[in-house]
Design a protein around this ligand. Structure first.
Ligand code: GLA
Length: 725
């Protein structure tokens, strides 16, 4: 619910469990007065104290009043260069060379429904949403700033986006345009970030804020394996089920920055948005710039509630899944089985082994096009390699379909190898600086997706491929970080726009696929989870979570990922052992339990499995189908922390709380292990649940728990299915 008090210029956003408030003060500076557990209302600006502070300057309107300073006030969208020395939200360079932004409130608009953003991903939906737009202006700069708020009451979600418009007659250069600024009048908070590396993404790190600025970001052109555009601030005692926390997520797939500053008087400011590194966007007169959307959730009851609220909002209002409401097939991907070394018969063999096990989608990974016999050549040439696949997809796809399977394809549209037809014809189509040696990554260069003609060419080649056969799925990969960022198509003063225009170009191409192939399921990928962000999820409702398919490492990766992204978005496959990434051997049952907690599939040569293994796989596929609805739409509960506990447990609980699937994986075994009792979560305390043929009250299972069997051997797993009677 949005309440606009026009007399007092007080704006209050209520969600089911939280309240957010802003107020334009007597100088029309927009102050942030509250964000926390839901309260009845009132004007929270009484919390702000005005005191004369040394070295905190006073704005012109305040005259010689020394108690009013932007340096100490909690602001909704912080200013720059006029006496607030904390993190700015907006940094501009005006035609006179000044770098000052001083915003004042000039008006507001309230709308039913959710605003949309042109060319950028955003949460969507109808009647469940309300929108508030606050208009700010820097009169001297002729600059208007529009702050957008989307309120999804049931999920405690508040989205924010910002549009900056040059109303003058001279250009303005933007150096920073944050999507969200969040001021707290307390500094005793912990910051949690989700960090890692290729094959070990999104591991949570938590530390108390110390004075000064701390944060994470990416300057790799993608959101990156190293840090994720999602952070949490919380009270020091906050845990899974209690304590106050605030999540901030950016819907953006390029360079981002999330910084928290603990300030001199024990305040904290969180600023998140496009990374200012090499960002300089010129706004011509009357031109506007839209900063990507951010999505906030405050939970008064710990991380678990925050995660569930994000999951519900993402599933219903961000994913555009062509198979929503239908059951997605389990997939088999040939990558770890063959790498580049395959032909049509070899692929059909793999599919033949998979089909009788209930696997319904065959995905042909890298190596099917151009001269792609290794990762040194062929990228950019999107026509079928006739040596490997004589007769093309027109010949291969019917053979797969005859087995009762649908067909999917790997693509990597943003890249080119120098050894390719495309590069030989268009060497200037890559990002790169003339006269400098190119930096390669996986022997490939990056196509300049800021250019429409480059995107047009790639799109028409891929459209021809997709139209040549019945293709129901694509895996959109992206296998290097951006470097040598410079576009031959832009003038010197606009080179600071390339990183952002590149991301807009990727979104543009993804949108064209959506428009022209509405039934195509797209899975995102960037060397696994290098671009696992909410921006990509708007286009690709599932993302390959990590190139690491080891079940035990995956427990950690999927645990971290679950803090804001729902399990149904995490591509997860069973692969062969010893694992290709770390050599670990885990039981097939355990690999299945871990992978079926995401978008499930296999990535191995099933023709090489024993009869006993095939029976296990058949059961896994049947189980996945049986639990499908629970895993896709259920609420997710983390029941332990794999970074601390000797076992990892989690549960999917149906929205009506009548069913649950509890999964447990143990670590390396020791003799005479301790007893472990697992206390369940999310059940209805007043219902009785059947577990392994015995009935237990829900409150008993949650308060007293359920005993886990003694592990025998490393990395064992248990799945418990609970149904209410
Ligand atoms: C990336 C992906 C893998 C596979 C290879 C193909 O690494 O993450 O799953 O598709 O590319 O080259």
């Amino acid at each position: 619910m949005i309440i606009c008090d026009e007399t007092n210029l007080l704006f209050t956003l209520h969600t089911k469990n939280t309240t957010y408030q802003m107020k334009a003060d007597s100088y029309r500076v927009l102050l942030h007065t509250y964000y926390g557990p839901r309260i009845s209302g009132g004007d929270l600006s009484y919390l702000i104290q005005y005191t004369d502070r040394g070295f905190s300057p006073n704005p012109g309107e305040a005259g010689h009043c020394r108690t009013y300073s932007l340096d100490t006030l909690p602001q909704e969208y912080s200013s720059c260069g006029v006496g607030d020395f904390r993190l700015p939200s907006l940094e501009t360079e005006l035609a006179d060379g000044s770098h000052i932004t001083d915003l004042r409130f000039i008006g507001f608009a309230r709308q039913d429904g959710k605003y949309a953003l042109d060319g950028l991903p955003a949460f969507f939906g109808g009647g469940e949403w309300e929108t508030l737009i606050l208009f700010l202006e820097d009169t001297a700069a002729h600059l208007r700033v529009e702050l957008y708020y989307g309120v999804l009451e049931a999920q405690d979600l508040i989205t924010r986006a910002v549009r900056i418009v040059n109303q003058g007659n001279r250009p303005i250069r933007l150096y920073q345009a944050a999507s969200v600024c969040l001021d707290f009048q307390r500094g005793d908070l912990d910051l949690i970030t989700f960090d890692g590396r290729h094959v070990m993404e999104r591991c949570p790190h938590r530390a108390p804020l110390r004075p000064g600025v701390q944060g994470v970001g990416s300057i790799r052109g993608t959101s990156s394996h190293q840090h994720n555009p999602f952070v949490v601030l919380c009270e020091p005692g906050t845990g899974e089920d209690s304590g106050l926390c605030w999540g901030a997520m950016l819907l953006y797939s390029g360079n981002f920055q999330a910084q928290a500053e603990r300030s001199q008087f024990e305040g904290c400011r969180l600023v998140m948005g496009i990374n200012p590194h090499h960002f300089c966007y010129t706004l011509a007169p009357n031109e506007g710039f839209t900063a990507p959307e951010a999505a906030l959730i405050c939970s008064p009851n710990g991380f678990s509630q925050m995660s569930r609220q994000y999951h519900r909002a993402i599933r219903k209002h961000l994913l555009r899944d062509p198979l929503a409401g239908q059951r997605k097939p389990v997939l088999i991907n040939n990558w770890e089985a063959t790498y580049f070394d395959f032909d049509a018969d070899r692929l059909v063999q793999i599919a033949q082994a998979a089909a009788p096990l209930g696997i319904g989608l065959f995905v042909m990974d890298d190596g099917w096009f151009g001269s792609r016999d290794s990762d040194h050549s062929g990228l950019g040439d999107w026509s079928v390699n006739q040596k490997k696949l004589p007769g093309g997809l027109e010949a291969l796809v019917p053979r797969i379909k005859a087995l009762g399977m649908s067909f999917g394809l790997w693509i990597e549209p943003e890249m080119v190898n120098e050894d390719s037809q495309l590069y030989r014809e268009h060497p200037d189509w890559v990002l790169g600086i003339p006269g400098r040696a190119q930096t390669r990554g996986r022997s490939q260069l990056v196509l300049d997706f800021s250019r429409a003609e480059v995107r047009d060419h790639i799109y028409s080649a891929l459209r021809a491929v997709l139209s040549s056969a019945d293709i129901t799925y694509i895996k959109w990969d992206m296998n290097r970080s951006l470097s040598d960022v410079w576009s031959a198509a832009l003038p010197t003063e606009r080179q600071g726009e390339v990183y952002h225009r590149y991301v807009l170009g990727v979104y543009d191409l993804l949108n064209r696929f959506h428009r022209d192939f509405p039934n195509l399921l797209m899975e995102g990928c960037s060397g696994g989870g290098g671009r696992f962000d909410a921006g990509m999820l708007y286009y690709t409702p599932q993302i390959w979570c990590s190139d690491n398919t080891d079940a035990i490492d995956r427990l950690h990766i999927q645990y971290g990922t679950s803090f804001c992204y729902p399990p149904c978005t995490m591509g997860a496959h069973v692969s062969s052992v010893p694992n290709e990434q770390n050599g670990r051997v885990t039981p097939l049952e355990t690999r299945g339990v871990v992978a079926m907690s995401g978008a499930f599939g296999y990535e191995m040569d099933l023709g090489k499995t024993t009869q006993a293994e095939r029976e296990i796989i058949q059961k896994q596929v049947a189980d996945y189908h049986a639990y499908y609805q629970l895993i896709q739409d259920g609420d997710y509960y983390r029941l332990s922390n794999p970074f601390q506990d000797p076992f990892t447990a989690w549960a999917h609980v149906s929205q009506d709380q009548r069913q649950a699937l509890v999964s447990v994986v143990t670590g390396s075994v020791c003799a005479a292990p301790s007893f472990v009792t697992l206390r369940l979560k999310g059940l209805d305390p007043s219902l009785r649940y059947q577990v392994n043929g015995v009935s237990y009250p829900g409150d008993v299972l949650m308060q007293a728990g359920y005993p886990l069997p003694m592990p025998w051997g490393d990395y064992q797993s248990v799945q418990l299915y609970l149904s209410a009677q």
